[in-house]
Design a protein around this ligand. Structure first.
Ligand code: GLN
Length: 197
């Protein structure tokens, strides 16, 4: 399922860094659509869950049934890329979440919110990411989570100080950083490339 074959990648558009993801995907020739409701989800073949505020995104997605619809699609094998808050939303377990915060359970991991510290601890790092050819990836971390526990089926693609920050489980890819802000489309290419066939 490539864009050329008619695939549509939805970008979750309830809150957060929505447009930059759309911009990178469209630069790769991918057809995108914004997803705000269960109806919107019906037309997509894969999803990007952007960064933002996971508590807010979860609350909005719960309120209109989109969380349940997303979970159903993910359980059925829909490919997804989650970045920062999107990684939190895809996790099985959220640590330091708000009491009423749930998640989609598409990744067998525990993810800790704001794990590197709060806003002041935002930083950038050049990361070696497994599967990316070329120079290190310039990764922008903004109140980022990291992964604390990884299940058997989860591949760790990159770490910072021993903490996984890029992971993949089957068709689901997630980064604790913001690849859409890097001026480097290799993470999106990796995701889009995985949709072929
Ligand atoms: N700290 C945010 C959260 O918990 C994530 C930050 C981000 O997406 N840049 O949702």
């Amino acid at each position: 399922m490539t864009a050329a074959a008619g695939g549509v990648v939805g970008v979750l558009a309830l809150q957060g860094a929505v447009r930059p993801h759309q911009h990178v995907l469209e630069g790769l020739g991918v057809t995108t659509t914004l997803v705000r409701s269960p109806d919107d989800l019906e037309s997509v073949d894969a999803m990007v869950l952007p960064g933002g505020e996971s508590t807010t995104i979860w609350m909005l997605a719960q309120a209109n049934g989109l969380a349940a619809a997303l979970k159903h699609r993910l359980d059925g094998g829909m490919p997804a890329l989650g970045t920062c808050a999107g990684m939190i939303l895809l996790a099985g377990t959220v640590l330091d979440g708000r009491a009423d915060q749930g998640s989609l359970g598409a990744l067998d991991v525990a993810v800790r919110r704001n794990a590197f510290g709060r806003q002041v601890a935002s930083f950038e790092a050049d990361l070696a990411v497994d599967g990316l050819a070329g120079p290190p990836f310039h990764a922008v971390f903004i109140r980022a989570p990291f992964v604390e526990r990884v299940g058997d089926g989860v591949e760790v693609l990159a770490s910072v100080d021993g903490h996984p920050v890029a992971i993949r489980q089957g068709a689901v890819l997630a980064t604790a950083f913001h690849p859409e802000l890097a001026g480097d489309d290799r993470i999106h290419r990796m995701f889009v490339g995985s949709l072929a066939g």
